[in-house]
Write a protein of this length. Structure first.
Length: 521
């Protein structure tokens, strides 16, 4: 298994001569392409082609998703973004700081449910693919999952405070397991729904741009939860404040899920309802035999691992290298960079959409990986004790590159699902989305563990007021050097990514000929 493995049953990728490469577009009327001379300094032709503007297709009116549905889908994305990230941010503040439970205990209580979450994902994806209810394959899960997320999210903060600490730990563990069981009930069908709402190459990008924009706007509320929980109305009782603030959040999140469920339309349900149920092992095998999918997953796993391995190093460098241990001054820069990151993440969807239409998804992600790699390398200069605010330069590059990549990955998986249908005649968006998420979570989990050992390897001393020059050097060396290397490997893998805009529209037309009667349910 690997990016270079053959895709069994997949059609051979053949682009028309007029669109196959940059060298051939100068001879659209000739059957014999004119090839230019090459030198040893020329970049690989596939990379040149990826970054060269192509004449692109115009989305047909019938393929456009109504704006109301795009907004509703974006509101649906807010549910998991806000709920999951709120739990990550608030758990230590409530259970460790507020209730005095051991941080080690809470660490285990957080790790085990996330492992369970990764196990549940593929089963939920397959079950959603095989669902044949009168309301569709995805909508019932959005309704049930949205309600259960609202309940589970609030229960996390209603622990009886007169219990013993072991009992409160047990309460948090059990409710966390419940929470991370119901999250995929909603999240996986929501992701699969987005993959099937349109068959158009550019409209898929537009849909996930809406989801990224609205989801990131929703994420801006996260830093304010703890602030509101500490208002005078709660008389200094932060734990009680979090409970009531999160009750309001639960209502809002459930309402957002219901809007998504009742406004969005499933695009493939009529067709999928006619296909026999697909066993989960068969679905797994199909994803791993699809070389296009494996290649894409490897690229994004490399990107995730590259930054997760050095997660937190940036904060240590800011505190101990840029500010010599002055945490107050460092916190201001960290806050400004965090705000800048969020703002760029919200606004970045607009240039991302333009880039994708002009250069295609592959070319846009290659550009984004290059921007991330070069932005990270700029820290060689921007980690300046004299001018610490130069770090805003890599912040902009990294945030913009990340929003490009993670807004487009779902749209690219949607194209892969169409390719898979052409090869096998089966729609299985749920299992594809679930397997991608499974690898994402496994990569984060493994890299997080390794990161602790990597931090120790630098000589970092926990609790020390200052760090040695050698430690600060190795922190910078790993944090600056590792992510660009993995980004460069990702660029090389994407250079051979076969699903161009031309290929995607060819697949779309061939599927339309096969199932001309298909229409949104």
């Amino acid at each position: 298994m690997g990016p270079s493995s053959a895709r069994r049953g997949s059609p051979i990728h053949t682009e028309p001569a007029a669109c196959a490469s940059a060298e051939r577009r100068s001879c659209l009327c000739s059957k014999t392409p004119i090839l230019r001379s090459k030198s040893c300094f020329d970049p690989p032709p596939d990379v040149i082609d990826s970054m060269t503007p192509h004449p692109h297709h115009t989305t047909a009116a019938a393929d456009r998703i109504p704006v109301a549905q795009k907004i509703a889908y974006g509101l649906g994305a807010v549910v998991t973004i806000v709920a999951v990230n709120s739990v990550v941010q608030l758990t230590s503040l409530v259970y460790v700081v507020g209730l005095g439970i051991s941080a080690i205990w809470i660490g285990y209580a957080q790790a085990f449910p996330r492992l369970w979450d990764a196990i549940v994902d593929p089963f939920l994806g397959n079950y959603s693919d095989n669902c044949r209810s009168r309301y569709g394959r995805r909508i019932p899960f959005l309704v049930v999952g949205g309600i259960l997320i609202g309940i589970a999210f609030w229960l996390l903060w209603t622990v009886p405070r007169d219990w013993s600490k072991p009992a409160m730990f047990g309460y948090f563990l059990v409710v966390s397991l419940f929470f991370y069981t119901v999250v995929p009930v909603y999240a996986i069908p929501h992701g699969a729904l987005g993959l099937e709402m349109t068959t158009d190459y550019h409209e898929k990008t537009s849909l996930f741009a809406y989801a990224s924009f609205i989801g990131n706007v929703g994420a801006l509320t996260l830093p304010w939860v703890y602030f509101f929980a500490n208002r005078p109305v709660f008389h200094g009782d932060t734990v009680n404040g979090v409970k009531w603030v999160c009750l309001g959040m639960s209502v809002v999140l459930t309402a957002a899920a219901m809007i998504c469920a009742f406004v969005c339309k499933e695009g493939k349900f009529k067709q999928a309802s006619a296909q026999p149920p697909v066993p989960i092992l068969q679905g797994f095998k199909a994803t791993y035999r699809n070389g296009t999918f494996v290649r894409l997953v490897v690229v994004f796993v490399l990107l995730i691992v590259g930054f997760q391995l050095v997660m937190g190093f940036n904060n240590f460098i800011t505190i101990f290298f840029l500010y010599g241990g002055d945490k107050d001054a460092a916190s201001r820069l960290m806050a400004h960079n965090g705000t800048l990151w969020a703002a760029v993440g919200i606004l970045g969807v607009f240039p991302m959409t333009w880039f994708s239409k002009r250069f295609g998804k592959r070319g846009t992600v290659i550009f984004a990986l290059a921007l991330i790699g070069l932005g990270n390398l700029s820290k060689i200069v921007c980690y300046s004790r004299a001018y610490p605010y130069l770090t805003m330069i890599p912040t902009v590059c990294l945030s913009l590159g990340m929003v490009f990549c993670f807004s487009l990955v779902n749209a690219m998986i949607a194209d892969i699902c169409d390719e898979d249908e052409l090869s096998t005649g089966v729609r299985r968006e749920g299992i594809y989305f679930a397997v991608y998420n499974w690898w994402w979570k496994v990569a984060v989990s493994i890299a997080t563990v390794i990161s602790g050992y990597l931090q120790r390897l630098t000589g970092f001393v926990e609790g020390a007021a200052v760090q040695s020059d050698a430690t600060l050097f190795w922190l910078r060396a790993w944090e600056i050097g590792l992510p660009p290397v993995l980004c460069f490997i990702g660029i090389l893998l994407l250079a051979k990514y076969p699903l161009s805009e031309e290929r995607a529209y060819e697949i779309k037309h061939r599927l339309a000929e096969r199932r001309p009667e298909t229409s949104p349910s």
